[in-house]
Every structure is written in C-alpha cells, then in structure tokens.
Design a protein around this ligand. Structure first.
Ligand code: MRU
Length: 344
C-alpha cells in the first residue's frame, strides 16, 4: 500500500476518507486537486501533508505555460500555505520549494521544473527515512511486554514510512517488546478507528479500540504502560500541538503516573515559536461534529466547536522521539541544544 505515488506527472493520493471500506486513489492532474485533497483530509497527517504540498507545487510548475514561472510558483505556494494551518511540516516543505525557486531564478523554465520535482522526491524520501529512524530510536522507551495507548493516526498513511508514534509501535511489536495496543477512535473524523485500526490489522498487531472518552477508564485500570502520540507542531519550549484530545490524554497520563511520549521528525519543530499558545489551531466546519456517519445527531440550531488540534504543555511530556534521537526533559534546554547542533 502506498499512500501517495507520482507517475507520469500525475499525483496519486490514496483517499483516506474512504478507508477502511475502499482503497481508492484520487488522481491529481492539477495542483488545485492537491489543495482540495489536503483541505478535505483525503490525505492527512503532518509529514505527508508537507510531501504532498511539495509535489503539488512541482505539479503546478510542470503544467504552467505562461511567461513568469517564478512569480507563478510563489502564488501557488501562497495557496498551499492556507490549506491547513497547524502542521508546520507544510511550511517546512513550502520553504524548501521556495529555496529551489529563489536560488535558481536564472535557469530556464524547463530546468527549474525538473529541479522542483527532484526536490519534492527528495522531501518524500527524507520523510520515509525519518520515520524509519524514529521507529528505531523509539525502542529505547518501551518496557518489556509493553501495552501502549495511541491517538489519531500516525502510521504509514500519515508519513510515507512506517510512521512516527505508530512506527515505534510497529517496530516494538516486530522486536517482541509490545504485547498490545489500545487506540482511540478519534472523533470527529475517526482517524483512529478507520485508519490506525486498518494499519494495525494489516500488520496483525493485537489491538483494542476505545472511544475517546474511555481514556480515563483505561489509564485508571492500568491497562497500558505508556502513551505515544504524534505531533503537528512543537515549539522551542517543547509544547506540542496534536490531534484534538491529546491534551486530555496527557493530563490523565500525568495524573495516573503513566509516561507520555511524543514521536515526531525534526521537521515538526517550529523553532520560530516559543510557546504553544502561539501555534495557529485549525477550526474546521462544525458540521463534522454535528453529524455521525453522514447523519445529523443534534437538533436544528445547536452549535458545535470543531478545533482540529490542541496543545499539550511541555511539563506533561516524558520525552520526544525524533529522527535524531530522543529528547528528554528539560525539553526547552535540550531542544535548544538540538537546534544548535543541527544549525537550524
Ligand atoms: C505522524 S502524523 C502526526 C499528526 O499529524 C497526527 O497525530 C495528527 O494529529 C493528524 O491530524 P489530522 O487532522 O488527521 O491531519
């Protein structure tokens, strides 16, 4: 199963809104279709959003027949930048593509188009490698026979490679360190139930789904030894934006003395932001909350909140598993060290 594929100037995107019922690909011939797929969450998860945006920008360039390719690509990048605001990987990928354009302005349009496509392929390959590295580093935090809880979907569908949090879980299972996985259904769009369940079943990993409001029960009964989740954006002090509900899980884990880990590539860090409250949180259409299985579940006139993410403060996090190793508390100090080491 490949979550995306680039073939003959077409970007194929496995439509995650149709899983697990149907394995259907959306064919993107135009960059607008890529933006639409991101907005409608046909493709979702922080790392893959960046990869898909890079291909979308390359696709726009390849299809352009006008006389000012550089300005056009910048306009397109602006459109991608407002597709989903929280995952910083999107902006990381746009910046990489912008660098290619800005440093090669003097090349012919056809040469520039080739370079843009090469950069998108490079970003894809790098994300794959990063998620393999995270999966391997993560083994260190797993006790023997571990029972683990995760939230949302952080697997191959979200990352190209094995995954971040789910990558650690898959590798832990392969190495005999994990005995059971609990995962939340993840309302309102059920990325846990539909996508994580689908990936775990494909790998034959013993798994139990719980509804989002069962986390307190599961942790109080000591059914799990640790929690691992992904991230959409991590600030300099180690605050983490991730799928709505993550913050509640972190508080419950803290109360019950259960380690709470985050797994994310360095491309999920936003070194421009200090505090979690600075992270822009995507507000989605309230209809997603007001309905279930395409059926309205409230009386007419009832309103609903629909923030897609929340922020977990650094104090609640036991460690961040990255593609460069594990960052332990004090997170602020150690993130600063990593930034300096990587010269970012
Ligand atoms: C490796 S994916 C990490 C995060 O992107 C993931 O945990 C998450 O919150 C996804 O949210 P989504 O709204 O499904 O894009």
């Amino acid at each position: 199963m490949r979550p995306i594929e680039w073939k003959n100037n077409i970007l194929y995107i496995l439509d995650q809104t149709k899983l697990p019922w149907k394995e259907d690909y959306v064919l993107c011939f135009k960059y607008q279709q890529v933006i639409d797929a991101i907005k409608k969450m046909k493709v979702r998860g922080a790392p893959i959003i960046g990869v898909v945006a890079a291909y979308g920008i390359a696709l726009a360039a390849i299809k352009y027949t006008g006389s000012n390719l550089v300005d056009y690509v910048h306009e397109v990048m602006g459109e991608f930048a407002v597709s989903r605001p929280t995952a910083v990987n999107l902006f990381f990928a746009i910046e990489r593509m912008a660098n290619v354009v800005n440093t090669n302005r003097n090349l012919s349009p056809s040469e520039l188009k080739i370079l843009l496509l090469e950069e998108a392929k490079k970003i894809e390959e790098e994300e794959r490698e990063k998620s393999i590295a995270i999966s391997n580093f993560g083994i260190e935090i797993l006790p023997d026979n571990a029972k683990v809880l995760t939230h949302c979907n952080t697997g191959s569908l979200a990352t190209i490679g094995p995954g971040t949090a789910l990558g650690v879980i898959k590798e832990g299972w392969r190495k005999g360190k994990i005995s059971h996985v609990y995962f939340t259904e993840t309302r309102p769009l059920l990325q846990g139930a539909r996508l994580t369940g689908w990936e775990l079943a494909k790998e034959n990993i013993p798994a139990t789904m719980i509804t989002d409001n069962m986390v307190g029960y599961v942790l109080s009964k000591k059914l799990v030894d640790l929690v691992i989740v992904g991230a959409d954006r991590i600030t300099l002090r180690g605050d983490v934006a991730n799928k709505i509900g993550t913050y509640s899980i972190a508080i419950l884990a803290h109360y019950h003395n259960i380690p709470f880990y985050v797994a994310a590539p360095v491309s999920s860090f936003d070194f421009n932001l200090e505090e979690g409250m600075e992270i822009p949180i995507e507000e989605r259409d309230s209809e997603e909350v007001l309905s279930f299985a395409n059926k309205k579940i409230t009386a007419e006139g009832i309103l609903a909140l629909n923030p897609a993410f929340d922020v977990t403060p650094a104090e609640l996090i036991s460690g961040i598993i990255t593609d460069k190793g594990i960052i332990y508390p004090p997170l602020k100090e150690n993130i600063k060290k990593l930034k300096e080491e990587l010269r970012l």
